[in-house]
Design a binder for this molecule. Structure first.
Ligand code: URA
Length: 420
């Protein structure tokens, strides 16, 4: 078999066989296929697609490309959640302790930022001392002891996805339904949870631009998970403006902490509750979404979810003092307000642009080995539907480089559309 022939076949829009898919994944993971040929195949898949059978085979080949977690030693139905990625999406930081506080163990492998979207592990690492590197033994022990553990993708789990994910990020091949479905589901299957709830986002700030495409992705991933024997559920959510008010790693951690203390913005909380309902139902802690919502609300009101966050951060080596006093989280040197250029109502916020601005400030990666700056980002003051007076701040840029911050403020102003 030759990689050249596989690339050419897909370039002509033909279906790849299971043998070809497995051969590609094995040789790319081993390093005998160079990045430039893998990138060419990814681009051909992006343009010509893959059917459900090819996508399932790609997912299974990727899931089997490395070690797989055996979570059977953790008591109960283990739940995992995954978002297809958005801007200001700090849901996992809130949902994980919230669901764990309701008695469903959450053991989760999370990713880093990709393209214009942020990643949960980058956000968690803005908490001083927090380690997202857990051995399988630590992961299982923590899952049993506190019902909550979160780890980054370890080198031996889905190595095929690790290489492909990084390559896609820098070759404009992220936005493809079969590539996203196989990337997400290979990790989810290898990570071993019994119940998987997917947050499939659509809109300007998401990889899926329409609700229909998001539904297609959700159905495909649900089908793959079900065929692999997992309990599956998917929520479709809107990403036409950033979720909540904060975009940027430490800024989002701050907002998540406020949410666990009962002060979360409505859109963010609604997403957390919609996903939490599914996790509690699949995890056996509630028999209906309505009952689940009551339990989730109680866990916030009683402080149980916030307490769980503290226990979790401490278990993973993080400084709980920085959770109790969020001024101790990384803070940027400059705060630059973005004034409204006219009086009226905000009708649109170019969501992807806000994610890109955060990346440009240093909060995301332009290249796969870039270091990120945890302190920088954007805090929105106005969201769609809100009135503003000319000169009032629409948002505040948090920057460590003044010039970049000023450029970001200008770009942010352009991202807002205001109508009289
Ligand atoms: N998240 C992933 O894990 N993979 C993708 O391809 C896109 C979002």
């Amino acid at each position: 078999m030759r990689i050249y022939d596989i690339i050419e076949k897909k370039r002509f829009g033909k279906k790849l066989s299971e043998e070809e898919i497995r051969w590609f994944i094995r040789h790319y993971t081993e390093g005998s296929i160079p990045d430039y040929q893998a990138a060419a195949l990814l681009m051909a898949i992006c343009i010509n697609g893959m059917d459900a059978k090819e996508t399932l085979q790609l997912t299974l080949a990727m899931a089997e490309s490395g070690a797989r977690m055996d979570l059977s030693a953790i008591r109960g139905i283990k739940a995992d959640k995954h978002s297809t990625g958005g801007v200001g999406d700090k849901v996992s930081l809130i949902l994980a302790p919230l669901v764990a506080a309701c008695g469903v163990p959450v053991v989760k492998m999370s990713g880093r930022g990709l393209g214009h979207t942020g990643g949960t592990i980058d956000k968690l690492e803005s908490i001083p001392g927090f380690s997202a590197v857990l051995t399988e033994e630590q992961f299982i022990r923590q899952g049993n002891e506190i019902g909550l553990a979160m780890t980054g993708q370890s080198a031996d789990l889905t190595p095929a996805d690790q290489k492909l994910y990084a390559l896609r990020d820098v070759t404009a091949t992220v936005e493809s339904i079969p590539l996203i479905a196989s990337s997400i589901m290979s990790k989810k299957l290898a990570a071993g949870a019994d119940a998987i709830v997917l947050d499939v986002k659509w809109g300007d700030g998401a990889f899926m631009k329409t609700r229909e495409a998001a539904q297609e992705l959700a159905d495909l991933m649900t089908e793959i998970g079900t065929q692999a024997g997992r309990k599956m559920s998917a929520v479709i959510s809107d990403m036409n403006q950033p979720l909540g008010m904060a975009v940027g790693n430490a800024l989002e951690v701050k907002e998540a902490i406020a949410a666990l203390q009962g002060n979360g913005p409505a859109d963010l909380m609604e997403d957390c509750y919609a996903l939490g309902e599914q996790m509690l139902c699949l995890g056996g802690a509630a028999d209906s979404p309505e009952t689940a919502r009551v339990l989730l609300g109680q866990a916030i009101r009683t402080g149980a979810a916030y307490e769980k966050m503290l226990v979790w951060v401490s278990a993973q080596g993080g400084d709980t003092g920085a959770i109790q006093d969020t001024d101790r989280l990384p803070t940027a040197r400059y705060r630059i307000p973005v004034p409204a250029d006219e009086t009226g109502t905000v009708v649109r916020i170019a969501c992807r642009q806000i994610g890109t601005i955060c990346g440009m400030l240093g909060g995301g990666r332009m290249e796969k080995d870039d270091r990120i700056d945890p302190a920088v980002g954007i805090v929105l003051e106005k969201k769609c539907g809100m009135r503003t007076e000319k000169g009032e701040p629409l948002a505040v840029i948090h920057a460590n480089d003044k010039k970049r911050g000023e450029e970001a403020a200008e770009m942010c102003m352009q991202a807002y559309q205001i109508e009289k």
